[in-house]
Write a protein that binds this ligand. Structure first.
Ligand SMILES: *[C@@H]1O[C@H](CO)[C@@H](O)[C@H](O)[C@H]1NC(C)=O
Ligand SMILES: *[C@@H]1O[C@H](CO)[C@@H](O)[C@H](O)[C@H]1NC(C)=O
Ligand SMILES: *[C@@H]1O[C@H](CO)[C@@H](O)[C@H](O)[C@H]1NC(C)=O
Ligand SMILES: *[C@@H]1O[C@H](CO)[C@@H](O)[C@H](O)[C@H]1NC(C)=O
Ligand SMILES: *[C@@H]1O[C@H](CO)[C@@H](O)[C@H](O)[C@H]1NC(C)=O
Ligand SMILES: *[C@@H]1O[C@H](CO)[C@@H](O)[C@H](O)[C@H]1NC(C)=O
Ligand SMILES: *[C@@H]1O[C@H](CO)[C@@H](O)[C@H](O)[C@H]1NC(C)=O
Ligand SMILES: *[C@@H]1O[C@H](CO)[C@@H](O)[C@H](O)[C@H]1NC(C)=O
Length: 524
């Protein structure tokens, strides 16, 4: 990208020298397909004339096409307030159109794209100081079209030309539709898109990226934005729709990605099939897979005067229940007085309520504090909506503790979703506990903001009891501590995972050593 601009600079200088046309103060032009055009201040790149007032109107080759504008890095208008000498750009064919920007000084204006098929460029100078002026390259903005819908029960999805480099200016939406709201399991074999070379937190993925949603783009649950070599690995959509948008800029392409998907029949995982489309029921959860219940008739519409109560129960007292409302949610009304769905934190309606929902939005994720959760659905006798669907699953809680020696492992091909595990290593006599990580890979949180790291899957480590002892760190992605030491006689680690992407996890060994009298010189 950066080298592209330098080339452009040189070709531009040659072009200016050989052409007088571009030098004129104002003209109108319809761009030619696949050709670039330049608008330059008269005299560029030497010095512009005083008392100029030039206007150019540029039209894209096609009525529905937009215009991409890139400024030459040699930019100098002798003014810092843009009062006397400036270049002003309007997002349309006349000066009544919205102003994109008014530029002066030495700061090169950013590249931009018109929102319609015309741009008006105005260049004004006073009769005093001068500068070298400006030059801008204009071309019809062509996005590379590769949008596709997938409805087959399984398939392979790649970026265009994979494993060759993908095209520039991609703006594609890929959507997988599963029948009967089945789960969609998408697995990435390879992933490489232009990343963030400066590793700055913001913006994430400034050049090329892949966005993934469980549901329709911009509407469904956002799973994440990916670029660089951070592969999403495995993604599961529970709403029956998985969509991806690919966006690439004008330079530096990589090989892209290849992934395959399968549609997994939800009925395999239904513990109580009767809960689907039935008005209420008692559901005993037996597996750790996601099950669904829906308002009767969903998504086509529910009946008037209903009162349905579902009680979901997990087998173990230490377990919790987590629910996720499908984003396609629609109950008549806004005040939740007529039609609503209410969630209780327990097995009866005397339990505290976790939320009451109506209209078109329900809280996406709710977790009970015990092993029972009640969902109540009430409708009045008029004006019906489409209803709701909610996924429910056991939110696992495991407790492992151990008192000495040996090795600690969590290494399966992929760790399970919805883990909430605590490992505690207890040493006698306040000995030193040392944990050494052999490998580590947990789902990264590429969009993490400062201060809220690893929101998806994470490992927390404490010197002492969880949440009580000294916090030694939080880790996800491929960053891990290599070696941690506890001096309190207890070292705890908690592993939290979400319900989407699983990775291999980590493997670590630990050793307990007698505390030495000299800190920092512990003996083996
Ligand atoms: C350019 O087009 C505008 C209307 O879009 C018109 O007012 C103006 O006179 C034209 N200028 C030239 C130099 O043809
Ligand atoms: C700018 O204009 C002044 C006259 O106002 C002239 O003396 C000077 O050489 C010009 N500067 C450049 C860089 O051409
Ligand atoms: C994919 O399906 C959606 C919804 O049915 C439709 O709006 C869109 O145009 C389709 N896209 C393609 C590329 O067929
Ligand atoms: C990409 O496509 C979407 C929908 O098709 C559109 O809303 C958006 O403006 C496009 N973005 C660019 C940069 O063309
Ligand atoms: C959807 O589910 C219905 C009833 O459970 C079944 O008859 C139908 O074959 C399913 N459709 C597909 C495409 O699996
Ligand atoms: C994708 O392909 C790999 C082998 O290339 C296979 O192991 C995996 O099960 C496939 N995944 C899906 C979701 O089809
Ligand atoms: C669910 O269980 C409760 C009490 O355990 C019972 O009163 C109720 O009738 C049961 N509901 C159904 C639909 O079986
Ligand atoms: C703990 O320390 C005491 C005294 O220092 C010693 O007698 C005891 O054997 C130690 N216990 C263990 C389990 O090492």
């Amino acid at each position: 990208m950066r080298s592209g601009l330098v080339l452009f600079l040189f070709s531009q200088v040659i072009l200016v020298a050989s052409s007088s046309r571009t030098d004129k103060c104002g003209w109108n032009k319809t761009l030619e397909t696949d050709a670039v055009s330049f608008v330059t201040s008269p005299g560029f790149p030497w010095t512009y004339r005083p008392s100029q007032d030039c206007t150019w109107v540029i039209t894209a080759p096609k009525p529905d096409q937009r215009i991409l504008v890139v400024f030459n890095p040699l930019f100098h208008l002798y003014d810092t307030d843009c009062k006397h000498d400036y270049v002003e750009i309007y997002d349309g064919g006349d000066e009544l159109s919205p102003i994109i920007g008014k530029f002066c000084g030495r700061v090169v204006p950013p590249k931009f794209i018109s929102s319609g098929n015309q741009l008006l460029i105005k260049f004004v100078t006073d009769n005093e100081d001068n500068g070298s002026g400006f030059s801008m390259k204009l071309e019809g903005y062509k996005t590379f079209e590769c949008s596709r819908n997938f409805t087959a029960p399984q398939g392979v999805i790649t970026t265009p030309f994979f494993p060759e480099k993908y095209p520039n200016y991609m703006n594609c939406t890929l959507t997988i539709f599963a029948p009967n709201m089945s789960d969609i399991v998408l697995e990435f074999d390879r992933f490489n898109m232009e990343g963030n070379p400066w590793q700055k937190p913001v913006p994430i993925c400034p050049h090329d990226w892949l966005d993934i949603w469980d549901g329709l783009p911009e509407v469904g649950i956002f799973i994440g934005r990916y670029c660089g070599k951070t592969s999403p690995d495995q993604v599961i959509a529970y709403s029956g729709i998985l969509s991806m948008t690919i966006t690439t800029d004008d330079a530096t392409a990589e090989e892209g990605f290849s992934a395959n998907y399968t549609i997994r029949d939800k009925r395999d995982s239904l513990v109580d099939e009767d809960a689907v489309d039935k008005c209420g029921g008692n559901i005993s959860l037996k597996t750790d897979r996601v099950n669904y219940l829906t308002s009767p008739g969903y998504p086509l519409g529910y009946l008037p005067s209903q009162q349905c109560i579902w009680v979901i129960k997990a087998p173990e007292l230490v377990q919790k229940i987590r629910i996720n409302f499908n984003p396609i949610f629609h109950l008549e009304g806004t005040g939740c007085n007529h039609d609503y769905v209410e969630v209780y934190d327990g097995g009866d309606e005397l339990s505290p309520t976790l939320g009451k929902f109506c209209g078109v939005a329900a809280s996406p994720q709710i977790t009970s504090s015990s092993n029972q959760l009640l969902i109540k659905f009430v409708t009045d006798d008029e004006n019906q909506g489409l209803g709701f669907s909610v996924g429910y699953e056991v939110f696992m809680t495991e407790l492992h503790s151990s008192s000495a020696g040996a090795s600690l492992r969590r290494r399966t091909p992929k760790y399970p979703n919805n883990l909430d595990c605590t490992f505690m290593i207890l040493a006698s006599n306040m000995s030193v506990i040392e944990v050494e990580f052999k490998s580590f890979n947990m789902q990264a949180d590429p969009t993490a903001l400062q201060g809220v790291l690893c929101r998806l899957d994470r490992l927390d480590i404490w010197d002492g009891l969880p949440k009580v002892g000294r916090h030694l760190g939080r880790y996800c992605g491929q960053e891990f501590p290599h070696r941690v030491t506890s001096h309190s006689g207890i070292l705890s680690m908690t592993v939290i995972t979400d319900n989407r992407v699983g990775k291999e996890g980590f493997s670590a060994n630990y050793a307990i050593r007698a505390k030495s009298l000299l800190p920092g010189h512990e003996r083996k």
